[in-house]
Design a protein around this ligand. Structure first.
Ligand SMILES: [Zn+2]
Ligand SMILES: [Zn+2]
Length: 286
């Protein structure tokens, strides 16, 4: 018994530093990125909340547990009620669990193109939007305006990019996870339109940093440029393979990008599935 205990103690001591390091990015944190503008969450998911003189605007609740934790984090910086919840896009890893905000009277907003997804793929943990927008929209509450910007089809077809007017920070959710390749295979991605969107965002003046839907609290614009260049390199490599007559299995098994992209988080796990997704994009038309 004692031996088991000692072995267990040695084992726990050995893995403890590793575990605490690897758990760090999953620890939820609140970071003020501009006056009254907060990045909240962890690698699992990240939201924006904005404290105004007349209530709080928040984005994605993520899950019931995350929404409860975020409500506590909001209460730590203000007594104001949550007046609005804005969904960034339709994916369940961002939009579920908003009931705690509904219960305090918040109005839920999304792009109108999210609604067919919510109807086609219902979820008991989803609060349906009270209002929808069809394009760019300014949401003004108290002393702040949250600009909701729509760039068309990219990561799905209802993504809203956000910016609190007067700040140099964007909230772009899953369009870029900083220094990461992101999930490789999702049928609702449109890779070409996604790259176009990133080019349009890069060309947009008035911002220097962004908050992604996963990962570190805030990242420099360069991290968006890296992701756009990665996507272009992947698409070029797959197109080269198709044009040189490689079949999917061969292309899928041999895909390799430049060293600079191999350092991005998730490269080893996702590069093959990403290549498969792009192969279908070029050969199936979707
Ligand atoms: Zn998503
Ligand atoms: Zn996501």
């Amino acid at each position: 018994m004692r031996l088991v205990f000692i072995i267990a103690a040695i084992y726990l001591a050995a893995i403890a530093p590793v575990r605490s390091q690897s758990l760090d990015i999953f620890k939820k944190t609140t970071t003020e990125v501009a006056p009254g503008v907060y990045s909240y969450g962890s690698f699992s998911a990240r939201s924006l909340f904005v404290v105004t003189t007349d209530g709080v605007i928040t984005t994605d609740p993520v899950s019931a547990k995350n929404a409860a934790d975020m409500r506590e984090a909001i209460a730590e910086v203000t007594d104001q009620p949550v007046k609005y919840v804005v969904y960034s896009h339709q994916h369940w890893d961002h939009v579920l669990g908003g009931q705690v905000f509904k219960d305090e009277g918040a109005t839920f907003i999304s792009h109108e193109k999210c609604i067919p997804h919510f109807i086609l793929h219902p979820n008991d943990d989803l609060v349906m939007p009270d209002q929808t927008i069809a394009g760019d929209h300014d949401l003004t509450v108290g002393d702040k305006t949250l600009k909701l910007m729509y760039f068309g089809h990219n990561h799905g077809d209802c993504m809203l990019v956000m910016q609190v007017d007067g700040t140099r920070v964007l909230y772009i959710n899953d369009l870029v996870t900083p220094y990461s390749v992101g999930l490789g295979f999702m049928p609702d991605y449109d890779p070409g339109e996604w790259v176009r969107t990133l080019h349009e965002l890069e060309a947009m003046d008035g911002w220097m940093q962004f908050i992604g839907g996963h990962g570190i609290p805030i990242a420099p614009k360069d991290a968006m440029v890296q992701r756009r260049r990665y996507m272009e390199a992947l698409m070029a490599a797959v197109l080269d393979g198709i044009e040189s007559g490689k079949r999917l299995e061969e292309l899928y098994g041999t895909i390799e990008l430049a060293e600079e992209f191999k350092e991005m988080r998730g490269y080893d796990t996702h590069i093959r599935r990403s290549a498969e997704r792009i192969y279908h994009y070029y050969t199936m038309g979707w």
